[in-house]
Structures are given as C-alpha cells and as structure tokens.
Design a protein around this ligand. Structure first.
Ligand SMILES: C[S@@+](CC[C@H](N)C(=O)[O-])C[C@H]1O[C@@H](n2cnc3c(N)ncnc32)[C@H](O)[C@@H]1O
Length: 467
C-alpha cells in the first residue's frame, strides 16, 4: 500500500538517479553482514556506513563486503546520519538502520515513489499493508503518542513519525539545516521536511525483529528528548537557525560601535600576535571588524581592510586611518594576484561557505602568498559557549552570541580543506588563552605541552601553491 503525500505530485526528470544508502552503526557486527547481503544491488549505487567507533567487529565485517566504514567524528545517531549525508553523492539518499529491522526490500518501494517526484518518502509500519514484528506495548504506545502529537502540533498527517527508514532528495536535504545528534533527529528531519514543503509520501513497510545485538534506545530518556524536540520545533523554531551572511551583517552592524568593549581584549591580542608576525607585503584583512588585529601590524602603509558590515568598516577606518572596503569575504572585489598576505581572524565561522572564501583568497593572492586563518578550537569553544550562555542567563556576560558553523574548527579539517584548495600548510597550532593574562612564557609552555589541545584558537599559516 502506498499513500500519496500531502503536497501535489510533480514528476522528476526520467533520467536515472543515483541512490545512496546511509547506515549508521554502533556495535552491529552481528547484524550488519546479513543486512549488506540483502541490499538490492540493482537499486542501490552507493552504500555509506558511518560507524560510531564500534568496539566489536562491525568495521571488519563492513570491509569484508568491500565497503568503507567511515569513522564517525560527531556524536550520536543523528550525528552519524548527518555525516553520512555530507559524504553521500547520490541524488536520492536513503537512511536506514543496521540491525536488520528495516527490510532492504522496502528500499525499492521508496525509490519508486521518489522517481515519481516525491522528495521525502518515509516507510511506515502502521500504514495499511505494513506490519511490525518488533513492537512491545510500550513501543507501540510511544509510537502512536508521538505520531499523534507530531500531527497535532505541526499540522501533519503521518502514520509512523519515529520510523526513520526514509528517502530524501539531495536537493531537499540541503534545505533542512539539520542539527540534532541523538534520536531526536527522527522528528527533526520529518518536521523540517514538512516545514520546507518537500513533496511527501509514505509507503507501507514490514519491520522485522533485529538480527542480533542490542537496541540503543531507552524508551524513557530518549522519549523525553524526542518530546522536547517536537515541542521545540513548534514553539522555538528558530533556535537552531544558522545565521546566514546577511544575519551576521546585521548583528555586527548593531554592535560595531562597542565591539571593542564586548569582545575580550586579551584573546584578541593573543590571536593578533600570532597572526601579524607572518603578515608581509600587500596585506588584505577580511572580516577585519573594528580593526583590532590590523592595529597590531607594525606597518599599515600597504594594508587593505574589509568587512561585510558597513558599520564595522566605518569604525575600522576611523581607528586605522585606512580605507575599508565593504564586501563579502566569499566574493572579493579584488583582481587576481593582488596581495602577498590575506588574513581572516575569527571570520570563517560566520561564512555560509568557508571553502568559497578560501578559493577567493587563493585567487587574490600572489604565487607563494600567505593565507593566515584564526578560528575557535572546536571542543574548547563549545565549552566557552556553554559558559557564556550560563553567564548571559545570570546577567553577567556582555558576549552577544555564540559561534556557529564550526565545520572547519578542527586543525585537521581546516588543514585538509586548505590542501584541497591548493594551499601548502606551513604551520598549524593551537593558541592558549588562559583565564587571565598571566605571562607569555606560561602561554608558551602550555602551547608546547600536550595541553595545547585546550587552546582556544587554532591558527594556520598556508602558502599559495602554483602548479
Ligand atoms: C568576530 S568578528 C572578528 C573581527 C576581527 N577580525 C577580530 O579578530 O577581532 C567577525 C567579523 O567578520 C565579519 N563578517 C561576517 N561575515 C562576513 C562575510 N561574509 N564577509 C566579510 N566579513 C564578514 C563581521 O562583520 C565581523 O566584523
């Protein structure tokens, strides 16, 4: 039985579409082999296994089938699926579980519907024709309650909201801005797909008993998180909204006049010191803000500063006595080969596409020119965000917002992105910002010790390779 969706149907192009299947695994060595054997080879073009650091033989089993098991960098079930989505190259992405409860024979049904033009197709155990061999009365009651709640709260008409055996188009996925790490990813993707207006359908499915291993779902604990997510997406829909370029422009326009007062002087000085010693020749600083880093350059006669915020540009011009160019770092209004150094200090987390900025930096740099990037170090910055949030709640923090888009805030990730853009990474390090400016020598001692992993900033110096 197939149930056509809420929105109108629009047939996709008839050309063959590439199908990727994403399967998150965590200690599924007992199940994954049988599941991989059952995958319909004629319907699937790419299989992506994202493994959450299993301690059993999951990865070995996957590899014995000739597939790659990607080691998960993020956390949780949702984190694994989001990572899989980034890796997947298919036009259609199917998400399914590794434990055998999702029957691979149902993939064909999902794909058929998607080829008819639906953008989000979910399998349902409770649609007419569907069945489950794995329900306990607790699970059945929970599924019914959550499905009912999702329908009531979000104005939907689905029959099985938590069964994440789903197909989505790559284009549809790009519109969702998914954030959840845990099992609350299930309502998140469904509700966001609905809100984004994806063409939607359900197909009946047969849930089997898992082949082996243990379920990782705790009905009470995960149930509460799922409940919270369903309500949050209704009452605080913007909570996870990623600020886009234009949002940042507005934020920084608003705080330009007192930016120096709200941002931490000591941490600005630390990252500035680390960057300016490498800057030489004709220098461009993007996202220069109030000019705090540029101010530290010993010679500013060949400096150009730029920022997306007009107000910030005004403040920087006043402070530095140089002309500031108001522009987006991802679309620089400068000719090829114009600069010897490009600096981006605490900017790339604001960008929609840090990669686009890096290729622009490559273009405007002269051969062997230097790109200097500083950004917050992932886990430490998360800790600071938490602390800042707490202090804001207590009314004792002047910090205006938390960093977002930390895609490249790990040294390894940033380095490999730069290498992919033809930069040679000459130096990459983590900079300590101790709770108080105790002394340079102590900073240096920490930076040279294994404690450098706790550094608040990462700093990279790369040069433009020309082939
Ligand atoms: C955290 S401040 C950093 C300021 C300064 N570079 C520093 O290290 O103190 C980020 C700056 O980047 C700017 N910015 C945000 N998005 C940008 C974009 N797409 N292009 C250029 N600048 C941008 C903001 O307006 C803001 O001035």
């Amino acid at each position: 039985m197939m149930k056509r969706g809420i929105a109108s149907k629009g047939r996709m192009s008839s050309k063959e579409m590439k199908i990727s299947v994403i399967i998150p695994t965590l200690n599924e060595g007992d199940c994954i082999g049988q599941l991989l054997e059952e995958l319909p080879q004629d319907a699937v073009d790419e299989v992506i296994i994202v493994d959450g650091n299993s301690i059993d033989n999951t990865r070995e089993v996957v590899q014995s089938f000739g597939y790659n098991a990607y080691l998960q960098k993020s956390r949780g079930y949702g984190g694994a699926l989001r990572e899989g989505c980034e890796i997947a190259t298919g036009d259609i992405i199917i998400m399914m579980d590794a434990d055998g409860s999702h029957n691979p024979a149902d993939i064909t049904k999902i794909v058929e519907m998607m080829k008819e033009g639906y953008e989000y197709v979910m399998a349902s155990r409770y649609l007419q024709g569907g069945k489950t061999e794995d329900d306990t009365w607790i699970r059945f009651t929970g599924n019914m309650l959550f499905t009912w709640l999702t329908n009531i709260v979000h104005g939907m008409r689905v029959t099985d909201s938590l069964y994440l055996f789903t197909g989505i188009t790559k284009d549809g996925l790009k519109r969702l801005d998914l954030r959840c790490d845990g099992f609350e990813f299930c309502p998140e993707i469904l509700i966001k797909a609905h809100k984004a207006g994806l063409r939607f359908a359900e197909v009946s499915a047969m849930e089997r008993k898992r082949f082996g291993g243990k379920s990782k779902v705790n009905a009470f604990f995960h149930g509460l998180k799922i409940l919270k997510e369903i309500l949050r997406l209704r009452f605080q829909p913007d909570i996870y909204k990623k600020p886009r370029n234009q949002d940042f422009k507005k934020i920084f326009d608003g705080i330009a006049e007192n930016y120096d007062a709200v941002s931490n002087v000591y941490s600005r000085r630390r990252r500035g010191e680390a960057l300016v010693k490498w800057a030489k020749g004709d220098i461009l600083e993007v996202g220069a803000g109030s000019g705090a880093v540029a101010m530290m350059l010993p010679n500013r006669s060949r400096l150009v500063v730029s920022d997306i915020s007009e107000e910030m540009c005004r403040v920087a011009e006043k402070k530095l006595g140089v002309k500031a160019v108001c522009c987006d770092a991802q679309d620089l209004p400068f000719k090829n080969n114009s600069f010897d150094t490009v600096i981006a200090s605490e900017v790339i987390y604001c960008l929609d596409s840090p990669e686009k900025f890096v290729s622009e930096a490559y273009r405007v740099l002269r051969p062997q020119g230097t790109l200097l990037i500083s950004c917050a170090n992932h886990n430490v910055a998360r800790f600071y965000d938490g602390l800042r949030r707490l202090m804001r709640k207590m009314g004792i923090s002047r910090m205006y917002f938390d960093d977002r888009n930390r895609k490249f805030s790990e040294l390894g990730q940033l380095t490999s992105m730069l290498q992919q853009h033809n930069f040679e990474v000459r130096e990459g390090k983590r900079i300590m910002v101790l709770p108080a400016p105790i002394g340079k020598w102590l900073d240096n001692v920490f930076e040279k010790s294994p404690l450098n992993h706790l550094g608040l900033f990462i700093i990279v110096r790369a040069t433009k390779n020309v082939r």
